[in-house]
Design a protein around this ligand. Sequence first.
Ligand SMILES: [Zn+2]
Length: 249
Amino acid sequence: MKLTILGSYGPFPEAGGTCSGYLLEQDGCYILLDCGNGVLSRLQFYIGLDKLSAVIISHLHSDHISDLFILRYALQLAFDNGFRNLPLKIFSPAEPEAEFARFSSYKDIFDIEIIAENKQFEIGSLQFSFLQTVHSVPSYAVSVSYHNRKKIVYSSDTEYFPQLSNYAENAPLFLCESNLLAADLQKGKINHLSASQAAKLAREGRVKQLLLTHLFPYRDPQAYLKEAAAIFPAAELAREGKTYRVADI
Ligand SMILES: [Zn+2]
């Protein structure tokens, strides 16, 4: 299985950067996890848009969905020119209602299926399941399995809560947001994890590899890495444009 980091910033990118977007590839199936600003452009370095099998949206904040609104233009053109005849499958939470209504009205373009905590489905040879996280809007961590073996867990946006480490337990790869540093938490920041909390989750869940993502722009990324590596040495920064391979077995 391949995971390519298309965008690793939140809630906005620094110059040349991109917000949340991660491309999964397995057995010729291409699935986009989140579709923030800049993702559509980056995606096309790897695949043509006609290759996209589905999009999974973790939660309805603009840094995770904004490029859906231009993806629809590209799909509309494909329909108009006869290159496409089926809507693109989008898996998404249904709340906040006003945000959901903004893209769910494009019914001829997007075939939308609502995700919730008990929802499970397969796309190609991959299985997906969800865990609601602690965030300002309904937000879902995503577990990706192959032949029913957990391969990748993506945290979505969240505060620290202990169940997330159970959910990620023994994952070969844990893609975890770390928008904050410990000092931010001390100043009262909420809604996101610090790098040390991401590392704590990785250690508690005994994951093999931790990728720190959803970093705040205009900060030295090494500050995140230093904080995380003190707790979980196998921590890395998710690097935009880099492809990570998770073994099939
Ligand atoms: Zn975000």
